[in-house]
Design a protein around this ligand. Structure first.
Ligand code: GDP
Ligand code: CA
Length: 313
């Protein structure tokens, strides 16, 4: 079993590659839920949904999130009542949130509801929310505000200077059923090229998960989300400095530190590989990591698994 710590879009693109080289039944994605929010009484889980829509082949190909062929009738009607429009809620997407919220209300844990949602979309990769408990990334800004991650990221386009990021509810949360077991039994643990601060660290911060990562006999191999010294998409470059990390393939490897056994960087960052090996003692591979082309994503997944394989022996 290959277990992939996953954020949203970066992880979804990587998982699309991984299913080209291993059967989906042999993949478990442990997914960040700290971006989740309540809106109009609905529970919205952006990272779980991004992955589901990508793997189901129904994602919007331009935006790389949300549903393709989307409309926004409900959102425009909600404006009538003064509802803010900064968070996009498409009509098709709303059906997912409606179903999820109804099932959560009936008492099902998020992990069970996620199983229902992925089954409905014909997704065979198992998606496990990092936790069934409600946890939220709060972004403290230099101008003294305490924002929900989505207010910072979507409403304010990641513009405020960040002083600190905090996982609200983190200390009291528990890993969702199956998460720790999956990590301990894994053949390999992979860190998707996701936002290190608000996707991967927020999974690791759930009590018990980091310990399982330290304890697992499986090799841990990550893919750099930083390509050519910049983010591919998103605004991770604005968050890495808030945890004292440099915005580079080497900087992210340093940030993960001795958690990693292997690190895969883009050709544009080939110069980082010597320092990853010599300074950090982490095996490093250089390859194409821009996953716009699914074939490249598949080849990248192959390289990652091969590196993990070599490290297992
Ligand atoms: P989000 O939750 O939707 O923001 O997605 P993630 O946390 O999974 O991923 C965001 C990160 O993925 C950003 O830092 C991007 O640089 C990175 N990313 C997205 N697409 C690619 C890609 O094709 N290759 C690589 N190497 N990184 C990518
Ligand atoms: Ca996310």
């Amino acid at each position: 079993m290959h277990v992939v710590l996953s954020g949203g879009v970066g992880a979804a693109r990587f998982l699309k590659g991984l299913v080209r080289v291993v059967p989906p039944e042999e993949i478990i994605a442990v997914v960040n839920v700290a971006d989740d929010l309540w809106l109009h009484g609905l529970r919205i889980c952006p990272d779980l949904d991004s992955i589901t829509y990508h793997l189901a082949g129904v994602v919007d190909p331009q935006r790389q999130w949300g549903r393709g062929g989307e409309s926004d009738v409900v959102a425009s009607e909600l404006e009538r009542f003064g509802a803010p429009r900064w968070f996009t809620l498409g009509d098709r997407d709303l059906a997912t949130h409606l179903h999820r919220t109804e099932r959560l209300g009936a008492g099902l844990p998020l992990s069970s509801v996620t199983e229902e949602v992925t089954a409905a979309f014909g997704v065979d990769v198992r998606l496990l929310p990092a936790t069934d408990d409600e946890v939220t990334t709060r972004v403290h800004t230099a101008d003294g505000r305490d924002l929900h991650f989505q207010e910072y990221w979507v409403r304010e386009r990641g513009e405020p200077t960040v002083s600190r990021v905090e996982l609200d509810g983190g200390a009291a949360a528990a890993p969702a059923p199956g998460v720790v077991e999956a990590l301990l039994d894994a053949d390999s643990v992979l860190l998707a090229p996701s936002n290190p601060v608000v996707s991967i660290d927020t999974i690791r911060a759930i009590p018990g998960i980091d310990a399982a990562l330290r304890q697992t006999p499986a090799p841990i191999v990550g893919v750099s989300p930083i390509v050519g010294g910049a983010v591919v998409r998103g605004m991770a470059d604005r968050l890495l400095p808030s945890v004292g990390a440099e915005v580079s393939a080497l900087g992210v490897a340093r940030h993960y530190g001795d958690l990693l056994d292997g690190w895969v960087v883009d050709r544009r960052d080939a110069q980082a590989s010597a320092a990853v090996r010599d300074e950090l003692g982490i095996e490093c591979r250089v390859t194409d990591t821009m996953m716009d082309d699914p074939e490249v994503a598949g080849a990248l997944a192959g390289t990652v698994l091969e590196l993990a394989d070599g490290l297992r022996r």
